[in-house]
Each structure stands twice: as C-alpha cells, then as structure tokens.
Write a protein of this length. Sequence first.
Lengths: 393, 267
Amino acid sequence: MTSTAISARDVHKIYGGMPLERALRRISGRGGKPRGRVHALRGVSFDVGAGEVVGIVGSNGAGKSTLLRLIAGVSEPTSGTLLVDGSVHAVLEIETGLLRDRTGRENIHYMGGLYGAAAEELRAREAEIVDFAALGSFIDHPVRSYSSGMKSRLAFAIVTAVDFDVLLIDEALSVGDVGFALRCRQRIRELCRRGATVVLVSHALQSIREMCDRVIWLHEGQVAGDGTPDEVVEAYRVVAHEQTQRELARRFAPLGGSAGDSGSVAVERLVATIRPGAPAVHLFRLGEPFVVEAAIASERQIDSACCRLDVVRIDGLLVFRDEREISLQDGRNELAVFLGPMRLGRYTYRIRLQVTASDGTPLAHRETAVAVEDHEHAYTCGYYQEVEWSLSA
Amino acid sequence: MVALGVAVSQRRVLRLLRVQLRQELQLRYLGSVAGVYWSVINPLVQVLVYVVLVTFIFKAKLGATSGGKFDYAIFVLAGMSPWLAIQDGLTNCASSLVRHASIVKNVVFPLELLPASAVVASLAPLLVSLIALGCLLGASGRTVGVSLVTLPLLVALQLLITLGTGLFLAILTAFLRDLQFILPLVFQVVLLITPILYLSSDVPHPLAEIMRINPLTYIVEGFRQVFYDHGWPSAPGLGYSAAFSVLLVAAGVAVFRRLKGYAEALV
C-alpha cells in the first residue's frame, strides 16, 4: 500500500465570501462593484497516492486552477480539509515568480532559493538547468526580454531541478514548442520513477491520456469523474463535445440568415451534417462523414447556373473550393455535396454556397460554419478529396 | 517528531528570509543608480534642507546646544536616522505583497517574509544615516559616550515598530492600493508629532501630550541621547515603546494571518 500524498475532503472554495473582505473591497472600490460570491469548488474529495501522475480535466471555469492553487498552498480552502504530504512545487502561471528585471541565471538562484534549495546545490545544478531550459545566450539577459515559451521553459527547469515530493503543473507546458514538450514529459516520467507525485491540469486531452495514471474530471466545482485516463477522458470528451456543439450552434445561428438573395433564386437552407437528412452538425470529429446540404428555391427554370462551394478557415484561408454547372428546376432543389471523411484541422470554418448565372451575375448565396474538434493532426488544412455532388428537384 | 519538523521549518524560514532579503537589497542598491539615489541621497538632502532652514533662516537656538557649528545638524540627524529607516521600511512593507505578486500567486511561501525582509532591509538606510552622522561627529570633534551600548536595543525597538505597522500595511495594501499613496502624507504628520526637528520640551501644550503617547518619541530621543546628549535613554519611555511595539507586532501578525489567504486573489 503506497502512502497518500494529497488528501482532499469536502473542499469548498468561495471567492469574495468573507464579510471583511467584501467591506474592504467596497471601501477601495477595486474593480468597480464588489463581485458576488463565486463558489469555485463545491465539495471536492479525492486521494492521490505518492508517485501517482494525476491529470485534471474540465471545461473553463470548472475549478481546475483553483484546486491546483489550493493544493499548492497559495490559497486556502473556505471549508473542508486539504492535506499535502511533503514539499510542493508548482508551475501555476507561465512566469511563476520569475523576476522580470533579473537575468535568467539570477532567477535560477533566486527561485531555487525560494523553493528551498541551498546555494551550493543550485550552483552545482546551474549548468543542468540552463541546459534543460535551452535558452542559449538569453540566460544572461533579463527575463522581461523572454518570450512566453522561454519563460515557461526556465520556470519548469528551475521548479523541477530542486527536490520535491509533489509537482503541480497548470497548462504551463502548452506554451512550449514540440521539442520542449517532449523533454518535459521525459522529465516528468523520470521524476515519477523517483517517487514524485505529479498533478497536471491541461486542455490537451491527448497528452493527459499519455502521461497520467489517473484522471479527475471537474465539472462546475465538483468531481464528475475519477478513474483511468481512457474512461474519464472519453466521458469528458463526450460531454464537452455536446456542450461545444450547443455553443457553436448558438454562435453560428446568425450566419444562417445572412443570405443576400436577389431576384428569383434563393438558398433557403445550408447545413453541414454527417449524412443527408440528418440534423445539422456544428462540431465535427476527425474522420466523420462531411456532407453539405442545401435547399435552393427558384421561381423559374434555369438551365445553366454555376454553383460554388467554398470552405474558408476562420482566418481567411481558402481550404477548399469546388464548383459545378447545375440546372435548377422551378421550385425547390435539394443539393447535397459529399466531401468524404472530415480531414480538416482543429479550426472553425465558414462554408459558403454561391449560385451565379452563366454570365457570372450572382444569384444567391448563403453561409454556415462548422468547427473541428481537437485532434492530433491539429494544423492540417488541406482537403483534397473526390467530391460528389448530387442535385434533386 | 513534531519538534524536529518545527526546527527544520524554522531553518527553512531563515533561509528563505535570506534569499528574499538578498534579492530585495540587490534590487534596490545594485539594480540602478536611481536606487542609490532614492534611498541614500534623498533622505540626506531632506536632512540638509531642515538644517539649512532652521540654522540659517529661522536662526533658532536649541536649549541644549553649546553653539558648535554642526550642532543642529547632529541633533537632527541623530533623531532622523531611525525615522528615515522606519519610513523606508514601511514604504517597502506597504508595497511588498503587491510588488511580489508573482510569488504570492505562485510559490508556496510564508508571506510574512515579504514585509519582514523589507523591515530588515531598512537597516541599510539606517546604516547610511549613521555613517553620515559619524562623519559629522568626527568633523565637529565630538565623541559618543558609553550609552552607545544601548544602540542595539533602540534599533531592535525601531525594527519591531516597523514590523508591526508594516504587517498591517502590507496586507491592507493588497485590499486598498491607495494606501501606498496616502503613506507619504501620514509620514509628514508623524514627523510633526515626533521630536525629530525640535525638542519635545519646546513644543506647546496639545502637541506635547501627543508626543508623549507616541512610542517613536522615546526611540528618537534615545538615539539623540546616544549621539548628541551623551546621556542614557529614558528607561520608562523605552519600556513603554517596547510594550507598545510587542502588542503592535502581535496584532499585526494576527491580522496578517487572518487575511493572507485572500491576498492571492487580490494582488
């Protein structure tokens, strides 16, 4: 039986709840009106064994960072008990206590000292820290001239170089580049072998899955799931997916009505979906069938019109364009474009369908939008598929 | 087991205080030329202004002066030395949590050490003033008496008062930033009710009473006994100051502990 490193029992955290605090805030008028109570954690209980690597997932505002701050001891629970056995080191913010006006090297000694390392030990480890942070000659420049990636590298290098029992990391690794992320993982695995307990907060579900022995899912300040990475991450993904889907539907709703129709032709409906006739999908998973459906109403028969489908990444990059000569019947024409399995990167895309007459005059257009969920090929943007168009009156 | 734990953590606290103090001093005295200006030249210029004002413009005579040409300068600087250090310490205490926001937010750290290191760092301006005072004494051919042995006690009291007040200021400034800007005004008022520029016996009725309850009075007069009058500081006065400063520190620690859990969300 391994010993317990962190033990949380019915932990609550309420911001802005204390009468004295509220009174002082009112006097000072800081931040305008005093904010109401924010009940960030609502009875969180769990135990983390020594040597475990635990990931914490949850949507924004679920209380992940608050929980980490409480474990770190920089903030105190409003009620409940939170016991941590051993020394805690934390990378809670990118800069993590670095002094902006001192050089990286001076910060190694200062921060290392704050974390309780002796001066001789720091001198002995300086080279190793400098090497791990990979700052090159920047190590002798003031931290204020660093990029956020450099700051987080230095902070992580210092924090993990000094001996500790519990390491807390809040998203700090996500700002580093790929090589650094890899070295971080390596370092964390090494630390775990030496018996350190690690708690990670991250939105990068894939890396949580790879690195953690166990995942805790926080939802609105409560533990919604606690178990193996595969099952908890999957459960969280399903809920997060539905939530994002609803959010996107709300956000994209005004787009649907943005058709600038002129004359006798109108694109009455334009949706992205997984198969013809299915409900509209706003958030796609990688590999899901991607079908664009449209209803084009025409008051007369048009033998030759041009129909163009554009998929434009939200930053303006045209990732896909295809067009067909179509003939429109009098009345409602149903159009379906099969683009094959979803291959787009993790972005939001506008989908625009435009109908022009054979002489090039625009007849009608309509827009909608889709987003693609987080996946490992996050930045691909090409979409070169056999596209199939089908039109029925 | 428990006792060992406490002993270890005390050693850790001392080490942290050293790290923090070194950084505080380096930042102030090595970081920039301006740092040296603010903490050394500025207060000395202030003293010079008072001396010129009183000896050459108002041509005031202190009851006790024997008429030496640096007499009033020594008189003022002796009383001013602890006061300059207290001002410096309190100013830095007030801003300590806000200045070190990234530590407050990120590092598991006994936050009391931030104001505490500002208080210890206030020994630096004291040292500067005492060196200037030594030069003046040398130039005027005066010496100091055996009452110099009470100097450590006076300095200890001065530090305690700075710490007690500083703890309040540090935590309250997190809630009320404006405190930092009100502070210089308060210093002006305290200068008036402390016998630094003049003797407490030269002061009219209501002010004299206020001076008597001001614990700084006895510390300032103690410094002046040591460097100017060559007598012994008043024992009952120092007893009063000591009791006052111990209570102040106790109250400061209590309030600081009570509120420090909220600092992280405010700075």
